[in-house]
Design a protein around this ligand. Structure first.
Ligand code: ADP
Ligand code: MG
Length: 779
């Protein structure tokens, strides 16, 4: 028994006057049926499922006809499988699938990696170093050779009437190369020209061979897909050739381009952008007068139009979601000041103006009858915990419970300590949920949460595990949001009856990224540090100055201050020369700092052990804490004044900034040393120098984003980063703003996209957001 999907329109199923269904013979054989077979038909919504019947099994509903049936019949559906395209057989379909290309739409959005100017061939004598050029020539010699450095290379000399040039391959199979690169053969070559002394070379050029007996001119004229214009260069997989891709793309564009119609209302589209149809055509086949640099940089109006299209749907979803939340019924807290005033009285310092401003934004949200969804950004040390605690007190004043989630056990413990210290003075019960809690103690704790006695519950994601039930959760606080996914936010919400949600992050997220990731949240920024902080001085040291660094550590210890030494790994692996934390702790403790107290902290220790080490460092029973990045976020030890980061080049800038934020938290001048092996790339050094030059988290985040790209910046998927196919939030930041504006304006006018003219838009939005979480709750 098998079900089959009817995608393309080549496969039209007709219903005649009497209601009989006629299926074309092609389709019948394609799905392995023969005339006379019985087929069951089922409807679900606007989808129709056809499947063959066997006596024992029910129809398999795993594969259903995609898209609306009537729509699929009316026009060529972009969700049609690639195998229905002329020229794509099963083998090619498999190759394409390796690149995740399954439908026509996937193909259309597979943009060229770059473009090559083949408008004219350049005489070999005119080839210039640094340019990527296309030229033709005849093979004059081809053989293996050895470079002065002793490397084996395969060398080919190619010439035309004007001159000659050398091709080189490293690691090539000489036997195979000799068979292909035969003397006298003529080809069209392309590649980047480089110059070594007097010799011009191309390393690993691309080639298109001329068929025997063909002359160049006739090839150029007869193969318009590959020559005589600017041609696209697509990403490939093994076995998939550039020429094949170009042929397929041409087929797709010829057949489907006319069906492409954007559902975005014309009055919303910025006037300077071409239609989606034109844009798609251009990005695959640049017009003859195209500016190659813009095309290669993805900066043409066509590229931007496609980016707009992607951003727009994303932002439209966020706008709807934000509006949906705004309409949901939530808790309208009252600010009684009972505990908040009391805490302010207890604190040994005043709240900063920035803390007060953010707090009032939070209070306004909490007082409204709709749920709060607010993101608080604040650099390391700006005092977010306190702001969160104040918000928690508002909830507690109203008789509600608060869940406070931190990304690591250590941080959860620290938050618990801080919060408990203040709350115990006001008779508020704060409990800590840890993974190590077992048996009766655990059972008691869960009971206290379930019956509402526990007023503030602190923990890691363990706070949202199934077993934990709150009696009346009113506020969920998530610290260091970037560590948690959208999913966790959703689960937290379900632990109560639409509780308010406050998320906090110390990773200053550049505006464009914040808009993309958290566009459905309201944003508050604590843009001021508590007074009296002295900026941490940062220096990049190479391995040769290790001794000096050790002296600095001794010096700090002499003054009663403490130091961190951070390592990227926990244990040394055979292959790597990393000085892993555990080995180094031992070595440092016994050989280098024998008179000092050295502790070790890493992720594989059990929570009790970690807790012990952390508290002894906090209590100044250790001079040096050797640690991996488990220490990374939030740890607050004002007496620690020196942060040494080994293999600093292995960390992201934002992570370094976080690590550095572990010192300089008191009123003592602190330092951060970035130690590196010295084998730094130019980019690598540039990156680390950014750390030397600024302590501004936002600047660092911008630089980090620029250097690493949005993907690595946050560890994408987990953080809910959408996978844009064309758009790039760095390059297309201004387009993102336009798209956001347009989307939010549209939702203002038609809040539920229910106007008749917006129906297609709504349908397309749902299709694109299909796999995204939570949107289902809107509308
Ligand atoms: P982060 O924003 O990095 O989470 P914390 O909330 O851990 O920062 O606060 C860092 C330190 O600053 C803590 O020791 C906290 O007690 C202190 N702090 C918070 N607010 C103030 C303030 N208004 N004045 C002085 N110190 C403050
Ligand atoms: Mg914090």
């Amino acid at each position: 028994m098998r079900a089959f999907a009817c995608h393309g329109t080549d496969m039209i199923v007709t219903i005649d006057k009497n209601g009989a269904l006629t299926v074309p013979p092609d389709l019948v054989s394609a799905v392995g049926l023969s005339p006379g077979d019985k087929v069951s038909i089922e409807t679900s919504g606007d989808k129709i499922l056809l499947s063959t019947i066997t006596s024992t099994q029910l129809p398999d509903t795993s594969e259903i006809i995609s898209g609306s049936f009537s729509e699929a019949i009316k026009k060529k559906n972009l969700q049609t499988g690639v195998q229905f395209i002329r020229g794509i057989g099963p083998k090619l379909a498999v190759l394409l699938e390796k690149r995740d290309i399954k439908t026509i739409e996937d193909l259309l959005y597979l943009l060229p990696l770059r473009y090559e100017d083949r408008r004219e061939l350049i005489p070999i004598s005119h080839l210039r170093a640094g340019q990527t050029s296309v030229f033709s020539g005849k093979i004059l010699s081809a053989d293996s050779a050895t470079t002065k450095g002793g490397r084996r290379v395969f060398e080919v000399v190619v010439g035309d009437d004007s001159g000659s040039i050398t091709f080189k391959w490293f690691h090539a199979n000489a036997v195979w190369m000799k068979r292909t690169w035969t003397l006298g053969r003529i080809g069209i070559f392309s590649g980047e020209i480089s110059q070594f002394g007097f010799q011009r070379e191309v390393h690993h050029p691309d080639v298109e061979w001329l068929k025997d007996g063909c002359d160049l001119k006739s090839v150029l004229d007869s193969d318009p897909a590959n020559f005589g214009k600017i041609v696209p260069v697509y990403p490939l997989t093994e076995g998939l050739h550039q020429k094949t891709m170009r042929r397929i793309m041409k087929e797709v564009l010829d057949n489907f381009l006319n069906n492409i119609e954007s559902a975005i209302p014309a009055d919303v589209l910025p006037a300077e952008f071409p239609t989606l149809k034109i844009a798609l055509n251009h990005v695959h086949w640049p017009p003859p007068d195209a500016n190659l640099i813009d095309f290669n940089g993805g900066k043409t109006p066509s590229h931007r139009a496609m980016a707009f299209d992607e951003f727009f749907y994303w932002e439209l979803g966020l706008a709807l979601k934000k509006r949906g939340v705004a309409l949901e019924k939530g808790i309208a807290f009252q600010v009684t000041h009972r505990y908040t005033k009391e805490l302010v009285r207890l604190l040994p310092f005043e709240l900063t103006a920035a803390q007060r401003k953010v707090l009032s934004e939070i209070k306004i949200d909490m007082m409204s009858p709709h749920p709060m969804h607010r993101l608080v950004q604040g650099d390391v040390g700006s005092g977010k915990t306190l702001v969160a605690l104040m918000a928690a007190l508002v909830a507690v004043e109203n008789g509600y419970q608060v869940a406070f989630m931190a990304p690591t056990e250590i941080l959860a413990e620290q938050h618990w300590h801080t919060i408990h210290r203040w709350c115990s003075q006001m008779d508020i019960e704060v409990i800590l949920v840890t993974a190590s809690l077992k048996g009766k103690a655990r059972k008691d704790l869960l009971e206290r949460i379930a019956d509402g006695k526990a007023q503030i519950v602190v923990g890691t994601h363990s706070v949202i595990q199934e077993k934990i039930e709150f009696s009346n959760l009113g506020l969920g606080i998530i610290d260091e949001q970037h560590r948690f996914g959208v999913l966790q936010r959703g689960i937290l919400k379900k632990k109560g009856a639409n509780p308010d949600i406050l998320v906090m992050t110390a990773t200053p997220i550049p505006r464009t990224l914040a808009m993309t990731l958290f566009g459905d949240l309201s944003l508050s920024v604590i843009d001021e540090l508590p007074p009296g902080r002295i900026p941490v001085e940062t220096k990049l040291y190479f391995e040769s100055r290790r001794g000096r660094v050790y002296d600095m550590i001794r010096g700090e210890a002499k003054q009663g201050h403490q130091s961190f030494i951070i390592y990227p790994l926990v244990e040394e692996t055979e292959k790597s020369d990393l000085r892993a934390a555990s080995q180094m702790a031992e070595h440092l403790g016994s050989d280098i700092f024998s008179s000092l107290r050295v502790g070790l902290l890493h992720g594989r220790m059990d929570p009790d052990e970690k807790e012990r080490v952390m508290s002894s460092f906090k209590n100044r029973e250790l001079d040096i804490l050797v640690s991996t990045t488990v220490i990374e976020v939030g740890i607050d030890i004002p007496n620690a004044t020196l942060m040494v980061i080994e293999h600093a080049e292995r960390f992201g800038l934002s992570q370094l900034h976080q690590l550095r934020g572990r010192v300089g938290r008191g009123s003592i001048k602190s330092q951060c040393i970035l130690l590196t092996s010295g084998k730094l790339s130019e980019d690598g050094e540039k990156r680390l120098r950014v750390m030397e030059s600024t302590t501004d988290g936002f600047r660092i985040a911008e630089a980090d984003l620029e250097i690493r790209g949005p993907g690595d910046f946050l560890g994408t998927r987990q953080a809910g980063m959408p996978d844009f196919r064309v758009a790039n939030i760095l390059r297309d930041g201004s387009v993102l703003e336009q798209a956001r504006q347009a989307a939010f304006t549209l939702i203002d006018k038609d809040p539920e996209l229910s106007a008749a003219c917006n129906k297609p838009l709504y349908a397309e939005l749902m299709r694109r957001w299909e796999k995204r979480l939570e949107l289902a709750t809107i509308g």
